[in-house]
Design a protein around this ligand. Structure first.
Ligand code: GDP
Length: 300
């Protein structure tokens, strides 16, 4: 699956080379981020790679993210040569807006061409982003079924396919795949929570506990309500059981235990299956069953 790419220095160097090659062919770079964690899904090198290009930053999967935070991010990514927008690439009605935004972002180029008497030179566009942010979904949305491929043209790097999106916009049919930042543990955690890291490599209990702490801070009460957890039951669990964990995590382990009981996730001898409860909570977050939740805020 595309979200389980393991990045090694060689892969990163190759991805960077391809990006450099493709960026040199386009007027506009569409950068896709996950609206739930735009910082963690942003590639560190894009600023340098896409400098001197028009930029459209699409905060995708907005249907899963906090509406208020979406608007803050949109504002944060607008300006300094960029236009920010909030989208859901699975919703066909976004297409029209994106085409308009492409024209808006390239306004200067269009006017410059006009002044110089250059007619019918299309705006060329490419889509970039780290794995799993929705690049293919967006390309499919924009290209549609009726789209016409313009094919290889002389003078254009061999193998590049341009899809005609409108009278004057052409899209590169393959996205630029970027790599995420790995050095910051919080970023790794956010990428894991949105499902961009192979779950087999993760400790789901630790991940769930760190998510629950964040929920307590940013969206208090939601977990308790969803899983029917009472304050008393959590307290009692903490007191009655010798929970083998750090003091600061006891409340969350107790919550996991109570969630497991509530969902009848038990291991032998009637003990709660904490690891199943952890997975359940993370899956509920990923599917927005806990509501529209964002992991990062523009206005911290
Ligand atoms: P890519 O690796 O960047 O090309 O990402 P994909 O286009 O393959 O999308 C990854 C997953 O996210 C797929 O399961 C898509 O259906 C899903 N997806 C893409 N855009 C959206 C969106 O706006 N909302 C939601 N809920 N899911 C989306």
């Amino acid at each position: 699956m595309s979200n389980q790419i393991q990045w090694y220095p060689g892969h990163m160097a190759k991805a960077k080379r391809m990006m450099q090659e493709n960026i040199s062919l386009v007027d506009l770079v569409i950068e896709i981020l996950d609206a739930r964690c735009p910082i963690s899904t942003r590639n560190p090198d894009i600023q340098e790679l896409a400098k001197n290009k028009s930029r459209l930053v699409l905060l995708n999967k907005a249907d899963l993210a906090d509406i208020n935070k979406n608007e803050e991010w949109k504002a944060a990514f607008t300006g300094d040569g960029m236009i920010g927008a909030v989208i859901n690439a699975k919703n066909p009605s976004c297409k029209k807006e994106i085409l308009q935004l492409i024209l808006e972002a390239c306004k200067e180029k269009i006017e410059r061409d006009k002044r110089r008497g250059i007619k019918n030179r299309p705006i060329r566009v490419m889509v970039t982003g780290i794995p799993n942010v929705g690049k293919s979904t967006l390309i499919n949305l924009l290209a549609g079924r009726a789209s016409a491929k313009t094919g290889n043209k002389p003078g254009v790097t061999k193998g590049k396919q341009w899809i005609k999106l409108s009278q004057n916009i052409e899209l590169l049919d393959t996205p630029g795949i970027l790599w995420p930042k790995f050095d910051d543990p919080e970023i790794g955690e956010h990428l894991a929570l949105i499902g961009s890291v192979n779950d087999d490599l993760l400790n789901m209990e630790e991940l769930a506990i760190s998510f629950m702490k964040q929920m307590d801070r940013d969206y208090p009460g939601i977990l308790e309500e969803r899983y029917g957890l009472s304050k008393e039951a959590i307290e009692q669990d903490m007191q009655e059981n010798d929970l083998l964990c750090k003091e600061e995590n006891k409340r969350y382990v107790a919550m996991l235990r109570q969630t497991a009981f509530a969902r009848n996730a038990l291991v032998k001898a009637g003990e709660p299956d904490v690891s199943k409860a952890a997975k359940l909570i993370i899956d509920d977050f990923r599917a927005a069953r806990l509501g529209k939740i964002s992991l990062e805020s523009a206005n911290k």
